[in-house]
Design a protein around this ligand. Sequence first.
Ligand code: FE
Ligand code: FE
Ligand code: ZN
Length: 278
Amino acid sequence: MLRIGCHLSSAKGFLAMGKDAVKIGANTFQFFTRNPRGGKAKELDLKDVAAYLEYAGENGIAQILAHAPYTLNACAKDAGLRTFAYETMRDDLDRLSHFPGAMYNFHPGSHVGQGAEAGIAAIADLLNRINEKESAVTILLETMSGKGTEIGRNFEELRQIIDRVEDTGRLGVCMDTCHVLDAGYDIVGHLEEVLEEFDAVVGQERLKAMHLNDSIYGLGSHKDRHGKIGEGKVGLDAFRAIVNHPKLRHLPFFLETPNDLEGYGREIALLKSVREEP
Ligand code: FE
Ligand code: FE
Ligand code: ZN
């Protein structure tokens, strides 16, 4: 069975997201833990959480993915912003403990001129402090397009972060198809080689989820402009190969394409139609 969903708005709560997911044929979804550009998260509504969990169980929704806000920068220059990053992640992980199997994806960070090495050290430092407390949530580093001073622009940078984290038992990677293509990995013409390289550098077992996005600008552009499935430089043939690939087909896939709910429903149906079941 294809495990697929899309990014949903969390404005109306968890039960509403669960219902939206079912409406469009999804069996998982991604959501922002708080305003993607803001700070404080609103109080968790435990009645909504309980209603969601019951609904999710009845409707086969499993292993949802939380996305950290963009304002979380583990390697910001300013110490106050790094503290904000720690406190935000800590709070997000505490909230996610209500959702069995949930994973937490974040952008490793932007080094804002301090250099990749200093950035990598700061990101690992945050993860080590997070690891001091017990958490059952798997944390995912997202592969980035390399725009600006983003860390995670190649597999080596992700490896360097992982190498500096003491307890990596709950640390994984989320591969974004738009970002890796923009970063210069040719998943269209050479998917096999890209996956081999990922395995050699990071390790296949670290790959826990994928973001399925087409890319407007494409290979090596470092632009990070998501396109609708089949309408960009990735193209439907590459998505067909990805959702059927033996190394990937078991993963949860999340759309972050420019769509409303109906549009997401159409893309989910499209991806299901190209999926080959044994
Ligand atoms: Fe992201
Ligand atoms: Fe993404
Ligand atoms: Zn992106």
